[in-house]
Design a protein. Structure first.
Length: 152
């Protein structure tokens, strides 16, 4: 498949017009790998944003798996927003294909094309909000006092 086809199939880019996709195509490259390949390493600077187009990856924090991600996932978006080292390590669970774009190029493109930037950052904000809500829900479940231990 072509870079353009992959971009068109990624949920992050569903709302983009043909010309907006055209702006991204020349800046993307395909990355392929196998199990154990680390796309992002916890604590290290994130210089590349990845869009997983096939395969699965584990999200590791302090070498402990905290999540699994698959096709359509954006990797490195937190560092894009926060300008900080990677929060977690992303390691392929098996063969994968991803689109990659250098973070500096991506930021420049989004700044130069305000409408494109707004659309993409809006989607990233939704992704991060959903992850936060899911984390809050898991935390609430963990903190809930079991009925057996309640003193009424």
């Amino acid at each position: 498949m072509s870079v353009r086809t992959y971009l068109e199939e990624l949920p992050l880019f569903f709302d983009l017009t043909g010309p907006e996709i055209d702006l991204l195509v020349p800046h993307c490259r395909l990355v392929e790998g196998r199990a154990g390949h680390r796309l992002i390493r916890e604590g290290e600077p994130v210089r590349t944003i990845y869009f997983l187009v096939s395969g699965e990856a584990a999200v590791l924090k302090d070498n402990m798996v905290i999540a699994s991600v698959g096709k359509g996932t954006v990797l490195g978006e937190m560092s894009l927003i926060h300008h900080s080292p990677a929060f977690a390590t992303i390691e392929a669970k098996g063969p994968f294909t991803a689109l990659a774009i250098e973070q500096a190029v991506f930021i420049q493109l989004l700044e130069e094309h305000a409408r494109l930037g707004f659309k993409i950052f809006k989607k990233i904000a939704r992704i991060l909000t959903l992850r936060l809500m899911m984390t809050d829900s898991r935390l609430a479940d963990q903190m809930a006092i079991p009925h057996d231990y309640r003193h009424d």
